[in-house]
Design a protein around this ligand. Structure first.
Ligand SMILES: N[C@@H](CCC(=O)N[C@@H](CSS)C(=O)NCC(=O)O)C(=O)O
Ligand SMILES: [Fe+2]
Length: 238
């Protein structure tokens, strides 16, 4: 078997993983927990789905430590604030460089702990200045936000986006992980749920190109602006 398709790392028995979807904005929200201590974190919650998220957290008797965001979202309003209101003890968390308000600010190299599990913070600017990727080395997974999407990447035409910066971020901080690491994005518009480092290194139509070609592609995407961009970027505090 080639190195590219090395077996993915299986989750340990005390690691709970749930991938949840927002139909309106095609956003993935992730719930991760230590099933021994019951501590959990939620990544990129969406305001309209907070009731659903609280229900699942309560149903399986988890304690929410952090409502975390990979970046300041332009397409939806974060559910962090409402989660905090409803689940005492929960703290909102985002990168310092995002410019958003939160209880906890993280930067590259920080570790976010829930039970015995840890997420490493990697700085992956380019889609926005404050984009970070959260890596769980033990489980062989990373949450890439909008820096890397499955066979794509985040747009770079607003929120101080910069294609050259994004290219460097993805190559040095995400595609440098082992090929068998699974990558979970913040969105998918085609119904895909997960990819791997090896797959993206081989098949990503944008990021397999040279930096100059990548910049040209990103400058010519001609995407329409997200429907909620005005409201979501103004909603800076969690
Ligand atoms: N049509 C959607 C917006 C889609 C969009 O712009 N998605 C962003 C991520 S949310 S900031 C993006 O970076 N897309 C990259 C791509 O190649 O699609 C809406 O109306 O909300
Ligand atoms: Fe985004």
């Amino acid at each position: 078997m080639s190195k590219m398709y090395r077996e993915e790392v299986p989750f340990t028995k005390d690691f709970l993983f749930r991938q949840m979807f927002d139909l309106d904005s095609s956003t993935y929200t992730y719930l991760l927990a230590d099933t021994s201590t019951r501590d959990c974190v939620i990544i990129d919650p969406v305001l309209e789905n907070v009731k659903r998220d609280i229900q699942i957290i309560n149903d399986i008797s988890l304690n929410l430590k952090y409502a975390m965001n990979t970046h300041m979202h332009a397409d939806h309003i974060t559910g962090s604030g409402l989660l905090k209101k409803n689940l005492p003890g929960c703290k909102s968390l985002i990168s310092k460089s995002s410019g958003a308000k939160a209880d906890v600010y993280v930067e590259a190299g920080d570790m976010i702990e829930f039970g015995r599990h840890r997420l490493e913070v990697r700085s992956t600017p380019g889609h926005t200045n404050g984009c970070v990727t959260y890596v769980c080395q033990e489980q062989g997974i990373a949450f890439t936000g909008d820096a890397l999407l499955i066979r794509g990447c985040g747009r770079t035409d607003f929120q101080e986006g910069d294609a050259a910066t994004l290219y460097d971020s993805v190559h040095t901080q995400i595609l440098s992980l082992p090929d068998n690491f699974k990558l979970y994005p913040a969105h998918d518009y085609k119904g895909l749920t997960v990819t791997t480092v090896g797959e993206e290194k081989k098949y990503n139509p944008r990021l397999t190109r040279s930096k100059e070609e990548f910049i040209h592609i990103m400058d010519n995407l001609n995407l329409s602006y997200p429907k909620k961009i005005g409201k979501s970027i103004l909603c800076l505090s969690f």
